[in-house]
Write a protein that binds this ligand. Sequence first.
Ligand code: NAD
Length: 477
Amino acid sequence: MTATYDADLQLFINGAWRSGEGREARPVYNPATAATIAELPVATAADLEEALAAAARGWPVWRAKTPDERAALMRKAAGLIRERADHIATLLTLEQGKPIAEARGEVLSASSLLEYFAEQGKRIEGRVVQRPAGQRAMVLKQPVGPVAAFSPWNFPVNLMIKKVAPALAAGCVVIAKAPEETPGCTSAIMRCLADAGIPGDVVQLVYGNPDMISRHLLGSEVIRKVSFTGSTAVGKHLMKLAADRVQRITMELGGHAPVLVFDDCDLETTLDRVVTQKFRNAGQVCVSPTRFYVQDGIYDAFVKGFAERTARVKIGSGLDAGTQMGPLANARRAPALEAMIADATAKGARVIAGGAATGEGYFFQPTALADVPLDADAMNNEPFGPMALIRPFATEEDALEQANRLPYGLAAFAFTENGRRINRVADGIESGMVGINSFVISANDMPFGGIKESGFGSESGPEGLDGYLVAKAVHIY
Ligand code: NAD
């Protein structure tokens, strides 16, 4: 299947779509072919100043609206996203690479998340605390203020809306810095919000030099909250910048998800699930299952089954019917993955499937390594690609120790049919999210987030809305 990349790439500042006018531009690539498909205008310091001034003006107006008024506009935007889903999904696949069905699912999930938060915004409640007659103590929940939202290229639509939707529902205004690699789909989503009537000083969109933009926005007294999804290294850097103005922060950072496969699991079903999930979005998922710890008794059968299924994963253009895994989203990931494989094999790991870049564009073979030693670089740093690392364990205690050995704590998974063990593992594993016999750990009404160096704060669910609210104590005597 062929499709035209007809993205309208512009910045959206103070209600106006902007490009050209002497701004620098940077190329956008199709990762399936490595061809340049568009030029993206880059925000200048003057653009950011204008966006900040607009946000400062827009905030008191937006926070003064009723939750019903805000919800009506958000629901209208959600409807427009659904109507335009096919077009937005095609842009997403052309600039990011994922299979078109996954792209469409991502776009629809953004629509559904907007609807969820539109309703959730009507349920913001404070507390009244009992005091002697005539006196009151109250806790009010108020919007934190203008938000700077930084979202990455792996789920560009979903992760931008995961920040924008709760911010709008809470009564905050947002300047979104969407990913430069995948600007067409995020611009199209922003157009839905604008076309729905959400004011142009309430949601704004910029692209450009990430470091320049984050320094500029976080250096402003207008911004009261920073929300970031990306690598732990960049997250730590932004936390330091935010410290200067004591801005509130939500950080969704890297992960290195362990999967504990016990010998009492349903092996064939487990293998089908883990292999499908490992190669979803070419492994470029912060909660991607990565370290597979498999109990001794089923280790050989697991390795064999994993290798066979991995060899059958169909890679190709995300637009082609039947493609299960597209290319990596950008050129820089393949050399990093190849270096990790060379390091692991030099230390004794076996490549049981894939192991190299392939074809034109940024394709990488679905890859699995067995007997991976703990000191392999890949066992300690996030591969963020289509790479599974497998090693055996003997006891449940051993498995939990392995799972918890890294500074990451985003998602963890376990496969077992033992009810008591399920509780012990869910309690003992150090991570923000746990999936038992399932990888479904992202839901509108559940918190999504990590602990340890995977970040703090949650997105989605009532907890996600809380991140955009501050508590004010009022004492009346
Ligand atoms: P990177 O560290 O260069 O960038 C990660 C993200 O942060 C990108 O979206 C980038 O635009 C943004 N960014 C970088 N510097 C920034 C700055 N100074 N201010 C604001 N934003 C900034 O890595 P990459 O090569 O793009 O991606 C690979 C790594 O990023 C992976 O190892 C993974 O850990 C992480 N990542 C995580 C997620 C996630 O969902 N948690 C998503 C994408 C990338």
